[in-house]
Design a protein around this ligand. Sequence first.
Ligand SMILES: [Mg+2]
Length: 253
Amino acid sequence: MIDWRQIDSVLLDMDGTLLDLHYDNQFWQELIPHRYALSRGLDVNTAKAVLKPIFKRRESTLDWYCIDYWSRELRLDIPLLKREVAHLIAVQPHVLDFLRSLRAAAKQVLLVTNAHHKSLALKLEYTRLGDYLDTIVSAHDIGYPKEDPLFWRQLAECHPYVPGRTLLIDDNLAVLRSARRYGIAHLLAVQQPDSRRPPADTGEFAALRDFRTITPASSVLNPPPLAAGVGAGESPRVADDASTGFPVSSHNK
Ligand SMILES: [Mg+2]
C-alpha cells in the first residue's frame, strides 16, 4: 500500500484522522444545538434548523474552524463547552504505534490541522500526541484552510518538504484534492473518521481502514494484503458529514 522508501515526510490531519471525529460530531451536532436552544428559549429541533444555514455560510473558510468566531456568532462560550465534553476526545486505534514507527523510521512527521489553537491545545492536553510529532501546524497560522492549495505552498515555505516524497493522510476529500493539486504525491483517505458512524465514501482516494496496515515496520518486513487497506472495488456506505451542515472539523464531500 505504501512504499516507505519513496516517502520522507508525513503530513497528518488531526480530527477524524489521528483522533476520533465522534467528539467533534457530538459537540457540534448535539451539545451546541442544545445549549443554543437553551440560551434562546427554543426547542432543539428549531435550534438545529436555525443553526444549519448559519454554519453553511462559513463552510471551507477559516471561520468554520475558528472557535472564537463561533463564540461571538452564537454568543456561547465555545472553549468552555469544548472542555465540558473533553472526556470524548480519543485517539484512533493503533495511531500511537504508527507514530512511534514513523519516528523509528526517521520520517519527518507534521500534524497539519484546520483546528483553531484553543481546540488544538485541548486535544493535545488530553492525548499527548505532541510527544510523537516533529511539528504542529494550524491553518490559522498559515492564513489559508487546507482546502486551499495555497495552504500547501505556504506550509512548504515554513516547514520545507518535497511534495513528490510526501504522504498526506486526511479524512476530508476537499483537503486531499487541494493537496493533490499542489503536487503532494501520496494521499490516503481515512475510511471511518467517526467510530460511531458507518465508513465514509473515500471517492477517488485509497482508503485507510487501519493504521496497522501502513506502519513502516510491518510494511517493510511483513507486507499486509493490499485488500486490507485499499477501498478499490468496494462500495462502502456513505457517512456524509457535510449533509448535517454543522462545522465539524472534517466534512467530506
Ligand atoms: Mg479531519
